[in-house]
Design a protein around this ligand. Sequence first.
Ligand code: NAD
Length: 675
Amino acid sequence: MKVVITGGAGFIGSNAAARHLARGNEVVILDNLSRKGAQNNVTWLKSFGGDLRLIQADVRDAGAVAGAFREAADAEVVLHLAGQVAVTTSVLNPRDDFESNALGTFNVLEAARTLPRLRAFLFASTNKVYGGMEDVGIVERGGRYAYASLPEGVDENQQLDFHSPYGCCYAADTDILTRSGWKRFYELGPDDDVLTYSLERKTAEFQRPTAHFAFPYTGKMYVQTNRRLKTCVTPNHKMLVAWDCTHWALERPRLAEAQQIAGKPMAYLLAAEVEGGIDRDSFTLPGGKAGKHKHRFQDRAIPMDDWLRFLGWYLAEGHCYQNAKTGNCSVTLTTRYRTAEAVAVMRAVGLSPCVYRHHVTATSRRLYEYLRPFGKSYQKYIPQEVKDLSPARLRVLLIALLDGDGNVQSKNSWRYTTVSRRLADDVQEIALKCGMAASIAQDREGFYRVSICTTRTAQCNLDRDRSEWVDYSGMVYCVEVPNSVVMVRQNGHAYFSGNSKGAADQYTVDYARIYGLPTVTMRQSAIYGPRQLGVEDQGWVAWFCIAAALGRRITIYGDGMQVRDVLWVDDLLDAYDRAIGAIDRVRGQVFNLGGGPDNTLAIRDVIRILEERLGRPLGPHFDAWRPGDQRVFIAGIGKAKRELGWAPRVGPAEGVDRLLEWVQANRELFADLYG
Ligand SMILES: NC(=O)c1ccc[n+]([C@@H]2O[C@H](COP(=O)([O-])OP(=O)(O)OC[C@H]3O[C@@H](n4cnc5c(N)ncnc54)[C@H](O)[C@@H]3O)[C@@H](O)[C@H]2O)c1
């Protein structure tokens, strides 16, 4: 049998050629030898002494391809493997990529039509046809990226349209409210609970996200501006809105895509009654040793509301001080007009204050020790144990804070001013937990102003359209929560809004290219094995083995948690054989061929395996993500298993061992090629 292998001097091609030569088949290689090391592979193949012919031609040249196929007119099998292989190169030079892959394939298909005895035409496609799969959620599990909900990997029904609707997402500068305060989405840890809104109960509660999503996104973002709101979300982000734009209409809020409601009058939900929180009656002021004296103070219980009133005053107007000479510790509240109230607040927590001008001062080492960590005015914050209290308790604190550093804006709105960014965040958080709308802005003098309002909705676009579409290029983020709505903050404005649609179950109709030929398209994952002259931007498993064996510097682009399913080259060629054997049944079909979920490797895994085998650290260098880098790809190979009766046999650890062994046995090859 005669087999034509385009790209036969490459990694997969030379392995395929060697297999067919070993079976006594005639092999015709069509290759332009553009790949570094291709000539070495041809020399190696020639050493078999079989019926091998090399036609040096470029698949972009239709005439040359037609001529080559005329010379191999009795071929029965064509393996079309020639092409530009690196994603990075395709981004840098898309025309070249298009010509060698798309036009090249077209030329080879056209030429193959002229083959009268053709039985099977196998095309080595790639999992890259599935694009960035922005609709597929990615999570981080145990230091590796993984799909949020595709345990079997990506199957052949994954749509090929790279511009599919994106997940429901927020710009990178969006904060989300967790139990321990505001965090950027990308700072969320697996144990962070976030504030969500129940559409059934109309109340807010903390829930643990079921998935975290992060996608690279380039395109338009919807920005809705209002005095109390500024959003920045992807077009299909689900906003929580009421259509008739009344404050009470949010009794029945609905989730609607940003692009559906763009520019229309809408009411947004900024706050809701929050369930949960700890209801403690008293605060315990920790005891301790009293300076140089032997006496030890006991813990002291203070009624919680009295403590919160004092803390509110202290955060607004207080400072504490230790005299360097005497070691005496004091706590002072400074107030111009409300001295009597300050005295009462201090007495309520067991202090005996004296008044000097605007200062109300009491001596207390225990209180000094407790309050000192809250820092100077620009460092102040509300301790977590206080922020965890129930809304009823937090209201006491909020009123005390507003009594101190707040002023009334209208009958239902206040403004709290502080120089501490952290305290501003905390005040906004407790106001939201008290069921009030709250936003933060910084004024020209650098003061943070927290605007607090009991009106929980914001009406937008009433008099005119205050929305716009802006260009965005960067990461977008989201989480999936059981309640489907989360509390987020953009530009200091907090509001409730939809979570991600979740799983990327957005499968569309299968796509198969029918050429009128007995074609089978193999969408290959990362293939690895001997004769793979991997370089940094293609053939990463081989590159790491080669670099490690030669003591070359290894650069990891991204964080090294990227995961791929990997397939040993002989397993791939077994699948090719099966497809050729079953061609009448599988012609015109598409198969994912990869290691599947059982054979995955994270970049860090490969480094670890190599370090173990070589018995020395590799000390990889980390660099920024490159364009087109996917965090995870795992092929679903169920169809190939079912229809071809095939399964990978070589696991990743064994494969890396075998590859490293081959690299070590062929050092001279690399010394030549890698300079
Ligand atoms: N190796 C993988 O992990 C992997 C994964 C998915 C898909 N694939 C696909 O499988 C095929 C083979 O991959 P490989 O890893 O063996 O790559 P390779 O680079 O080792 O082999 C490709 C061969 O094609 C030749 N070639 C490139 N452009 C050509 C052109 N215009 N005309 C003629 N010959 C040309 C090169 O000289 C090289 O010998 C490629 O199409 C690749 O996209 C490979």
